[in-house]
Structure formats: C-alpha cells, structure tokens
Design a protein around this ligand. Structure first.
Ligand code: ADP
Ligand code: ZN
Ligand code: ZN
Length: 754
C-alpha cells in the first residue's frame, strides 16, 4: 500500500496521514555479558518487507560499537518510546540460530547463572564468520620465479610467510593480526611478488566420507554395542549411553559404527575429545576409517580455518566435527549424534569465562536435538555411574581388550622401605625395584615409560642457608624450575624469571637448591642410570605444537625411543605396541590438596597411564611407587577392581553429602585490594539466607589466595540433591551490589577448589 493514498473501505473513507509508518520492533540478544534482549527497530528501508525471524543474525549499535546479535523470541516492550530505540544496522544472510540452539543458550545461561549474552558469545565466537565473504581479497604464497631476488626477508615478513606456508586463503586483516605485523608488511610482500593476492569466493565445506567405507569385523560384544547405538541413531531420539570398556576394548571402533550410521542418515556428528590438539593419532585413525579428515575445532585453528569451519557447520557442510569443549556451542544445522570420548576427563569443565561442564551440557544439547549421546570411558566418572544406576543413562559394556591382550600386572613399591638410592650427583627418585624392571625391559628390547605428573625440573627451590622459598610475586604458588630454559616459572600465571645466583632473602651465594622432582629431573636420573638408552621427554611444554607431538609419537612408534618420560600428556589414548613397562614415579602426587575428587582423579589417571603398558601381544607390567600402599586407590588399582573403587568412593561421598549425592556451587570473590575484598565478603556473609536443605560455608581464603595479582576468597554452597544451588545462590546474591573492583563468579558444579 502506498502512503498518503485514500483507501475506500465500504462506504467510509479513511484518510492516511502523510507520516512515515513506525518500523517494526525486535528483541535482539547481543553478545555482551547482559541478561535479556534489548529492543531495536528494523533497519532502514525494511518497512513493508518480510518481517525478521527469531534466530536471524544481525549487527546492532550498542554504545559506540557495532556488535553481532540474534533476533530473540518474545514480544518487544512497546512501552519504550519509539524515538528511544536504535535501528538494526545490518541483517546477515547466514542461516538462523535455530530454535534448538536458542533454547540451549537459554538453558545453559539459567543453569550456570551466567548472562545469556555471554553464552551467546560462545556461539558467535568467530566474528569473521559473520562477515560477507564475497569479493574479499585473499592471500597465498607467490610463485617463486616471480620473486625479486634482492628482496630482503625480515623477521616480520618471515612470520607472514610461515603462516602462508601452512595454508593460503587468508584475508589481509587476519594475516596481519595473526602474524602481528602491519598491513604495509603484507603490501610490501605482495609488491615483491613473494605473496599473491587473489579474489575467490572461498569454499566453506568439508568432504563427505564416501558411502562404501567399511570398518573391521567386530567381536560379539562390540557388534551388540554397535548395533544398539546404530538403532538409536536411526530412531533419532534422545538417549544417553555410557560406553564402558577398558582401554583397548574397541570403544572407538564401536562409536565409529554409530558415526557411520549417522552419516547414512545425513546427520552431523560431534565428537568431543579432551585436548584435541594432542590427538593426532585419533585424527589419523578417523581418516583411515572414513577416508577423509573431520572438521577440527580447537584453539589452535588459524582464523581462516576457524571461519571456514564455523560456516561449514552452520550450513551443514561439515558432517563430522571433532573438537574441544567449545565445539559444543557451534551452530549445527542437524546434529544427529554426540560422542564424548574420555567422558571422565576434568578438562571438559571450563573454568574461565562461562563455567560449564561440556559432558553434562552435551547431554542437555542431545536432549534438545533429540539425538543420542555416547559417553565413552574406561573409568566413567562417579556422577556418570550413579546416573546409570538411577536409570537416567543406559550402559553398554565391552569386556576385555580386543585380540585377547591381557591387562597389565600392577605392582606397588613401598617407598618407605625401598628408598631410592642417592646418585653421586644428588638425590634419586627411582627405587631399586623400578630400576631393575627398567633394565630388564630395555634388555629385552622393549620400551619403558616413566610417568610423573609434574612439568619442569623441580617444583620448589629453597635456600639452604635461611630456608627461603622462591615464590611467585603474583600468586600463592612456588616457582617451578625449568632447567631446559634456565628459568623459574609460575604454573598459574606464567610469570617467569632467571634463576638467581644468590638467595633473594639472605644473599648467600650458591645456596639455592632444587627440592623434589619434575620430569626433567627424572630424565637426568634416567640418563645416569641407563646411559645407552635413547630417552624421550613428553610434557606440554616440550611438545609445543601438534607437529612436535606427532614427531615424538612417530619416533616412539618407530622404536627410536627406548625410555619415555612424561607428564599426563602421555596418558592420552596413545597406542605404543612395544611399550611393556610403565613406572609411576609418585603415585600419591594427586591425592593431596582438598579436592573432593582427588582420589577419583588419581585412580582414573593412573588407570589410564597403566593402560599404556602391553597393548599388543606383549604382556604389560606397571609399577606404582607409593608411600601409602594401603590407600584404597592403590589397593584397587593393584587388584584391577574399578567397581570396588567406585563403591568405596560413592560411600565416602554420600556420607559427606558431596556430589553426586549433594550439589555444590562455588562462589569466588576476587579483587586487587585485600581490605575492600574482605569487607565485601563480610557483607556477603551477613546476607547468607537460611534455606532448608542448603548450607553456605565461607568466606575462606582460596588455596590460591593470590592469583595474577588478585586476592581471592571462596564461599561454598552445599545443597541436598533435591535443592537447586542455583536458586540458593540467586536468592543470596541478588540484592548484593559488589564494589566495582570486586568480582563475584559463581561456579555451579565446581571441579577446581583452588
Ligand atoms: P578403546 O577406544 O576402547 O581404547 P580402540 O577402539 O582404540 O579401543 O581399540 C584398540 C585397538 O584394537 C585399536 O588399534 C583398534 O583398531 C583395534 N581393534 C579394536 N576392535 C577391533 C576389531 N573388531 N577388529 C580389528 N581391530 C580392532
Ligand atoms: Zn603466578
Ligand atoms: Zn637465603
């Protein structure tokens, strides 16, 4: 209808005034840490056009910035005067953030008590993906014969070239940002012909596995488990299934079958792995089975690949995504199956930004998608096993290792009796029993591994004269010596400094001595004891890239390493067929420190490490060095009785009303000024409400009472299973206003108590 025209309705004449009609109002959720959507007006020139739909991605002005947001459900607040509203700047042509994902965002926000905008930000985590790509200039390596030979390659230029050597397809802005150089560096390279600019609409898709792929013949119980999963995938209903089997029992082969079935249904599949960057073996295996590589999602992706992946996922052009926990928030078009491998891993719990547990949220997302979720582990979390017992989750069991390889024998060495002997150069950490076992293994031409979950050379440096201990200036933590780099390092904030020549407290020269072992120190001892052995070290700070990891894994596979020393990175699903001995230097290490899951984590980690021994035809042997051989963790590991361990653990926790028999929320209060912080904590303590079935403890100084220069205090909300800690925390904190420099973070279902 044209404006200002006269329209006849029956006999009446209605006169339209010469005014511009009001633009439609929309609720837009922006990606700021705010609750609830804000109202905006439709963009200029959209009057009379198609109304916008919930889920559409838009750009909106907020303050001085333009930020992405999503049209949200619900009616706008018409009481806000029209003139006060700002307009939507731009409407993206990307697929909608669909109902399922919008509801998931709302659910996660309500559960974690984080603002909806913060959760949405995890979904719209790749701003470049929202930009239109048509007509963008991209860069790749130039042809070498076009290069002006006198052109000098400076350090800045080299950074750009290194990135382009890995992959082409970068925008100028991404390239400059990632290389940390200015645009003029790229321009200069282009002029010299070293890099080449080109225009292309990039291809945002990942190849689909061919239809005729086939896995290995499965054993009887593998087949039964796979068939069960396949029928659930085809039925397309929600189901949570625990795939329970020892390392090597074929869990991966079984869930590969489920993936194949979901591919057959044209669905997308998400595989969540802990520490994806380290699982080159998993990716190779996937490729062997499915002939293509899956789309990966983790923090190491280049911006170009990040954008490509986000777009491909949202357009349904990435069929299998394997990723770290953040891949749970990608905008899948049609998710048909979620796998959470190593579901017991604590690294699925995110503690920075929005605090959430990716395994638990995966179950929620699967429910919303109406698809099965598979939780695979050799040592399922107690939470998971309790969910099996109360019927919420189903369980499929794979018994024994594939091909009949036996479980390794576990022996305990009591360090109180078999004290490691001193070497000429200082203290030793390996007992006679362990030294003997290593010698035997090496003589038999097999591989051995020493495990110690501690990076660096020594966890503590002490002055022999005055007893001073070197501490991080920003955290309540000792500095760890890293001898390879001749530095002292804080493992909490990254602070590092040179090892001083004299004691900072009493000035004595040469009085500083390392205390306790880290993996570097074990390498040193092993070199002395076994001078002919080829020794390899695997720790997160020695494996600086996926390529470095791959190289080390290959060296071990090719038997170019006889004795491997490593931290928990070696516990990840690697398969080394010639590794027959695993020695755990300090099995008690994880048992201390006030974490309610300390025993469970130690059991899981040591079980997993032990599982590295003897995976092929050679029988494995595991030696745990401990000062407390009677501890239930050591006893059940020795007996190979996981269920007994879970039983003891369940009893301890249920007696204490601890998860999963009760619920927890941690409240961490932090700030730069200690007096102001304590003051506010006192106010919080006075406001603690009395609620039936709930207790609030605190404030207590956090074990890390100083972290990155901020003081920290903790409260703990403990509730009965039937009481939601969210409601308790909300009713307690709602009316409290913290000073601007004090931060209050609620962590529902906390895993870290530092
Ligand atoms: P898990 O995931 O439980 O640790 P995997 O699926 O990795 O177990 O299996 C362990 C090893 O045994 C792998 O090398 C795998 O390829 C092999 N394997 C498992 N099941 C079979 C089978 N049915 N046929 C052939 N090889 C198998
Ligand atoms: Zn620090
Ligand atoms: Zn001193």
């Amino acid at each position: 209808m044209k404006l200002g025209t006269v329209v006849g309705i029956g006999d009446d004449l209605m006169l339209f005034e010469e005014t511009v009609p009001e633009l439609c109002r929309y609720r837009v959720q922006v990606i700021l840490p705010v609750e609830g959507p804000y109202d905006y007006l439709a963009p200029e020139g959209s009057a009379g056009g198609k109304p916008l739909q919930p889920g559409q991605i838009v750009m909106v002005p907020i303050g001085k910035r333009i930020l992405p947001g999503v049209i949200w459900d619900g009616e706008p607040d018409t009481s806000v005067p029209y003139g006060k509203l700002r307009q939507i700047e731009e409407i993206s042509d990307l697929p909608l953030i669909n109902d399922e994902l919008r509801q998931f965002i709302e659910w996660v926000a309500a559960y974690t008590l984080f603002p909806r905008g913060s959760v949405l930000k995890m979904v719209l985590s790749v701003p470049q993906a929202l930009e239109s790509v048509a007509g963008q200039k991209l860069y790749r390596q130039g042809l070498s014969d076009a290069v002006d030979q006198s052109f000098r390659i400076t350090a800045a230029r080299q950074k750009v070239l290194d990135l382009l050597a890995e992959s082409g397809g970068w925008t100028g802005a991404d390239l400059a940002r990632e290389a940390g150089v200015s645009n003029s560096v790229i321009k200069g390279l282009e002029q010299a012909g070293v890099v080449e600019g080109y225009f292309e609409v990039p291809d945002f898709s990942f190849p689909l596995p061919p239809a005729d792929i086939k896995g290995p013949d499965l054993s009887e119980d593998q087949r039964a488990a796979a068939d069960d999963l396949i029928s659930k995938v085809r039925a397309g209903n929600f189901a949570a299934v625990v795939l329970d089997g020892v390392t090597g029992s074929g869990k991966t082969e079984v869930y590969f079958e489920a993936i194949e079935a979901a591919l057959g249904e044209g669905q997308q599949i998400l595989v969540l792995l802990p520490e994806i960057a380290l699982s080159s073996q998993w990716l190779d295996r996937f490729e062997q089975r499915f002939a293509v590589r899956p789309a990966e999602w983790h923090s190491e992706l280049t911006p170009a690949l990040r954008r490509k992946t986000w777009r491909a996922v949202s357009e349904g052009k990435a069929s299998v995504v394997v990723g770290a926990r953040s891949s749970l928030f990608l905008p899948y078009e049609k998710l048909g199956l979620i796998i959470v491998d190593e579901e017991h891993e604590a690294s699925f719990k995110q503690e920075e930004g929005v605090c959430y547990h990716a395994r638990d949220m995966a179950v929620v997302r699967a429910k919303g998608c109406g698809c099965p979720v598979v939780l695979a582990s050799a040592t399922p979390a107690l939470e998971t096993m309790v969910n099996v017992q109360n019927g919420r989750y189903e369980r499929l069991v794979l018994s024994g290792r594939h091909g009949g390889a036996g479980m390794p024998d576990v022996e305990l060495v009591d360090l109180r009796f078999d004290k490691p002997e001193r070497l000429d150069s200082g203290q030793g950490w390996l007992s006679q029993a362990l030294r003997g076992a290593i010698r035997q293994t090496l003589e038999a031409g097999e591989q051995a591994m020493l495990f110690l979950n501690r990076r660096g050379y020594a966890p503590l440096t002490l002055c022999r004269t005055c007893g001073h201990r070197l501490q991080c200036p920003h955290c309540t933590a000792w500095l760890v010596e890293h001898r390879r780099f001749s530095r002292l390092q804080c493992h909490h904030c990254g602070y590092n400094t040179r090892l001083p020549d004299s004691c900072p407290s009493c000035d004595s020269e040469g009085s500083l001595v390392p205390c306790g072992p880290g993996v570097e120190r074990i390498v040193e001892e092993a070199k002395k004891l076994f001078p002919d052995a080829r020794i390899g070290l695997m720790a997160s700070d020695t494996l600086t890239s996926p390529a470095a990891t791959r190289e080390m894994v290959e060296r071990i596979e090719k038997r170019e390493v006889d004795l491997l020393v490593g931290t928990q990175v070696v516990a990840k699903g690697y398969h080394f067929p010639y590794l027959t001995l695993v020695g755990v230097v300090d099995a008690d290490l994880g048992l201390f420190g006030g974490d309610l899951r300390a025993a469970e984590r130690t059991f899981q980690l040591l079980h997993q490490v032990a599982g590295r021994a003897g995976r092929a035809e050679h029988k494995g042997r595991v030696i745990l060095q401990t000062s407390d051989p009677q501890h239930p963790v050591m006893q059940t590991l020795k007996a190979g009785d996981r269920d007994k361990f879970l039983e003891i653990e369940a009893e301890t926790r249920s007696r204490g009303g601890l998860p999963p028999f009760g619920r927890l929320a941690a409240v961490i209060v932090s700030g730069p000024d200690e007096a102001e912080l304590d003051n506010f904590c006192a106010t919080m303590a006075r406001a603690i409400p009395t609620i039936d079935g709930a207790r609030i403890l605190g404030p207590a100084p956090a074990p890390l009472s100083l972290l990155r220069g901020k003081y920290r205090r903790r409260f703990l909300v403990m509730t009965r299973r039937s009481v939601a800690p969210q409601a308790v925390a909300r009713s307690w904190l709602q009316g409290l206003k913290s000073p601007s420099r004090v931060r209050v973070v609620v962590d529902i279902d906390p895993y870290s108590f530092l």
